[in-house]
Design a binder for this molecule. Structure first.
Ligand SMILES: Nc1nc2c(c(=O)[nH]1)N[C@H]1C(S)=C(S)[C@@H](COP(=O)(O)OP(=O)(O)OC[C@H]3O[C@@H](n4cnc5c(=O)[nH]c(N)nc54)[C@H](O)[C@@H]3O)O[C@H]1N2
Ligand SMILES: Nc1nc2c(c(=O)[nH]1)N[C@H]1C(S)=C(S)[C@@H](COP(=O)(O)OP(=O)(O)OC[C@H]3O[C@@H](n4cnc5c(=O)[nH]c(N)nc54)[C@H](O)[C@@H]3O)O[C@H]1N2
Ligand SMILES: [Mo]
Length: 753
């Protein structure tokens, strides 16, 4: 299933934020969710005099540290960013040279931005137009500026549009590819970057290769197994299709409504194995519960007693296998800034718990494909004259062989270990190493092209040679593109290239066919034979990558960043009202998408659901995190100490809203959703949100529609703190590309219980 919550990567690194002169945060609360990383924001302010700007519907702990805080209406960031872009262009604050040399599609963005005059933005976003002007003036004129986002931008039906427009704003200001700049997406779980990179997504093989025949052939090559064998494992029409996502897998079990499933011959999902996910942490948990009840087999592999056990009424075919924690395993993980870390095991697995990979190996044996599953590991062992593979080192070596796209060939276990071992020999501000670690960046942030490459501290930086971590933009989208019949060059302009480049301008990605011309040298006949028909992504010999680097060229070429995507529904990012909007008067002007059939194997509703709900459901519901709890919450709610700090589920309302509803602080209230969900929660009054907005954390479970489920946990394993799960009331609504749930932006009604 897709990692529904994964979005992008940091272009720069956390310490690099200290070099920013302006920091603008859209929909992230690092003081709470990245409290260690937040030290870099505070240092930027205190040491570098940086200005901190926070755009959030809620006055957060991060906002409390801001120089400027704009309390935006949830779900309207596109309108706000276009408002900024419009003012930037009008006032001549755009970096025209950068736009001309390194980007594509600016004129189309300009056209869309012109619609967002300060008056329009004030109306759509619920902000003062003076605030928009002040923020824009400050941010556009204080450089370098870094743009930070996290879940406040992504968890929307227009999440993809949000995450396209934020980098576009940075491109227009020339803020990408410089130290102190960039778009820095603060990632979620430990190793979520690594999990995305290795392909825990339903739309790609490892390394973002996709699901094409070429992608399968590449990985067959890496794994040393027959492409035809892999092909034989799929029904013919499903091999290249996206899978289900975590957000909507339940639709693959339930078939009772008008949203069809498109799962080929297999039809319904009958069993599910969950490894390291809370499962009821997505919207529509009553549907999740129904789907769990209807599975034939449900297996959870987790170090803790999973809340989903309490949720389902299923009596048999439910298994909880004791998994290990990160302290009982070792291996490489990827940090939020793309740097690798080697993690050593702290203790042996305790009691009867087993590391995840042992469970997977045992399963592969039972299912009869252990040999194919481990073939590449045994092939690597052979190269080292061993009869057994070495876990986890050989798994990392497999990534070195296969993951060209993001440049993991330089991440050998030996190098990663030496970074962890010599942790104290790196500069904490620049990541540069000293002594034996000289000429390397801490953790070899990817792309780390080969075993001599130092890693890439900041992406797309044309101030450094490629061999020292520099590059232009990826040349991914063809040599030319058309807009309204006019053809545009997709290679970077003549003057735009990193130092020491053999080509003084843009060039395509490296292939066997173009390499001699680009590097200005001949390959030997033998080299030619080896790389024939390959490109830099599929050439396991490393000849193409190494030769490119020697000529100062980047394997992925030197192209233009794309602001306009002709083949997408929103060719440029487009503001659309949330499906459940508190401003139904704006639906006509900013309608949501047409319903989408076969969206990650299920039909998904947009326009057919969008209408005026505000009479019955007048309050906008925002959900997010607390510092003491984590994710679905089981890890913290089985801790007595953490449970004591934040012992109970709550929902916030502004005192005026509460008073209008006849409610006071401490009342138990029923929260109702348009989809028929309800939850009984304690009311806490707060000035951190505007009137007619509610805020709730999503960390609780164990009470469902007022009913205590604690007898359903295994004996002796009832969490210290249980409560209603707010995802019982978060609304239907999913992103048009990734299908992430619209959990930041629904509607509800609140009544005294
Ligand atoms: N203590 C703790 N730390 C965590 C986690 C945890 O559960 N607990 N979870 C980890 C994970 S998995 C993740 S993904 C990260 C998430 O890190 P963050 O994204 O920082 O997490 P949230 O608190 O969910 O949301 C951030 C902010 O988005 C705001 N927001 C909501 N809607 C909008 C909107 O439409 N526009 C704008 N501009 N802002 C909006 C919310 O009010 C909230 O303040 O945190 C990680 N760190
Ligand atoms: N309303 C609302 N809903 C949300 C969000 C929101 O902001 N609002 N945020 C969303 C986001 S960004 C996320 S990431 C999800 C988070 O939701 P989940 O991913 O469901 O949250 P976690 O509680 O982190 O679940 C991780 C599970 O993995 C287990 N685990 C830890 N280490 C290991 C290991 O090594 N092996 C195995 N097998 N298991 C392990 C933990 O015990 C835990 O049960 O919630 C999403 N849901
Ligand atoms: Mo997350």
């Amino acid at each position: 299933m897709a990692n529904t919550f994964g979005y992008g990567a940091m272009t720069n690194h956390l310490a690099d934020i200290q070099k920013s002169k302006a920091i603008i945060i859209f929909g992230a609360n690092p003081a709470v969710n990245h409290p260690v990383g937040f030290q870099h924001f505070l240092k930027a302010k205190e040491i570098n005099g940086s200005k901190l700007i926070v755009i959030d519907p809620r006055f957060t702990r991060t906002a409390a540290k801001a120089d400027m805080f704009i309390q935006i209406r949830g779900g309207t960031d596109i309108a706000f960013m276009y408002g900024m872009i419009n003012l930037i262009i009008e006032n001549g604050w755009a970096d025209t040279q950068y736009i001309n040399e390194r980007t594509f599609g600016f004129e189309e963005i300009k056209k869309e931005a012109q619609k967002y005059t300060p008056d329009v933005v004030a109306n759509v976003c619920g902000v003062d137009k003076k605030e928009l002007l002040e923020v824009t003036k400050l941010y556009a004129n204080t450089k370098p500026g870094t743009l930070i986002w996290a879940m406040g931008l992504t968890q929307h039906s227009i999440g993809t549009g949000n995450t396209r427009l934020a980098p576009i704003l940075q491109l227009i200001l020339g803020n990408i590819g410089i130290s102190g700049g960039g778009t820095n997406i603060l990632r979620g779980h430990d190793n979520v970057q690594g999990a995305t990179d290795v392909g825990c997504n339903a739309d790609s093989l490892p390394g973002y290769y996709g699901l094409s025949e070429g992608a399968f052939k590449h990985w067959s090559d890496v794994w040393g197994i027959d492409y035809d064998w892999i092909k034989s494992r799929f029904s013919p029409d499903m091999m290249d299709k996206n899978g289900f996502t975590l957000a909507r897998w339940w639709q693959g079990v339930l078939q009772e409504d008008d949203e069809k499933i498109h799962n080929g011959k297999s039809n319904k999902i009958r069993s599910m194995m969950v490894m390291g996910n809370g499962i009821i942490s997505v919207a529509q948990t009553s549907k999740v519960k129904e789907a769990l009840d209807n599975l034939e087999l449900f297996i959870m592999i987790d170090p803790f007693p999973h809340d989903a056990i309490a949720y389902t009424d299923k009596k048999d075919g439910v298994y909880l296998l004791p998994g290990t924690t990160q302290f009982e395993v070792s291996g490489s993980v990827t940090a939020t800034n793309r740097s690798g870390q080697w993690r050593y095991r702290v203790i042996e697995p305790i009691y009867e718990s087993k590391p995840d990979q042992e469970i997977l190996f045992a399963l592969a044996r039972k299912l009869g494909f252990y040999e194919e599953y481990t073939k590449s590991l045994y092939n690597i062992a052979k190269k080292y004259n061993r009869t057994q593979f070495q876990w986890p080192e050989d798994a990392t070596r497999e990534l070195n062989i296969g993951m060209k796209t993001i440049g993991l060939s330089g991440w050998t276990p030996e190098r990663l270990k030496s970074h962890t071992d010599n942790w104290g020999l790196f500069d904490t501000l620049t990541l540069k190493g000293f002594g034996p670690m000289q000429d390397q960046y801490y953790g070899l942030p990817w792309p780390c092209w080969n075993q001599n490459h130092p890693g890439t501290p900041n992406l797309y930086d044309e101030h450094l040679p490629v061999s020292e971590g520099g590059s232009g933009f990826r040349q991914n989208f063809g040599l030319t593109q058309e807009i309204n019949g006019k053809t545009y060059d997709m290679l970077a302009a003549k003057n735009s290239f990193p130092p020491k480049s053999n080509i003084k301008g843009g060039y395509p990605e490296i292939t066997a066919d173009n390499i001699e011309k680009l590097i200005g040298k001949k390959l030997s006949n033998e080299e030619k034979k080896i790389v024939q028909g390959k490109n830099w992504k599929t050439d396991l010999s490393m000849i193409l990558v190494n030769k490119a680097l020697e000529a100062g060229l980047c394997p992925f070429g030197n192209g233009r960043a794309r602001m306009y995507v002709g083949e997408w529904i929103d060719k440029v990012p487009t503001h659309r009202e949330p499906i459940h909007t508190p401003r139904p008067d704006l639906i006509e002007k900013y309608p949501t998408y047409a319903d989408k059939s076969n969206h990650w194997r299920v039909d998904t509703k947009y326009q057919s659901l969008q209408k005026d709900y505000t009479k019955e459901f007048p309050i906008q519901l925002n959900t997010a995190r607390l510092v003491t709890h984590n994710g679905q919450g089981i890890e913290a709610r089985v801790s007595l100490a953490l449970s004591e700090i934040n012992p109970e589920m709550f929902i916030n309302l502004h005192p005026n809203t509460a008073a209008n509803l006849g409610l006071q602080d401490g009342d138990m209230v029923w929260v109702y959703s348009p989809e028929g969900g309800k939850a009984k929660i304690k009311l806490k009054l707060s000035f951190s949100i505007k009137e007619n907005v509610a805020f709730a954390p999503f960390h609780w479970a164990g009470i469902f529609r007022g009913k205590n489920l604690s007898q359903n946990y295994p004996q002796g394993y009832i969490p210290y703190s249980i409560g209603e799960n707010i995802n019982g009331v978060t609304n239907y609504g999913y992103d048009i590309v990734t299908q992430i749930p619209e959990t930041k932006c629904g509607l509800c009604r609140i009544e005294k219980a």
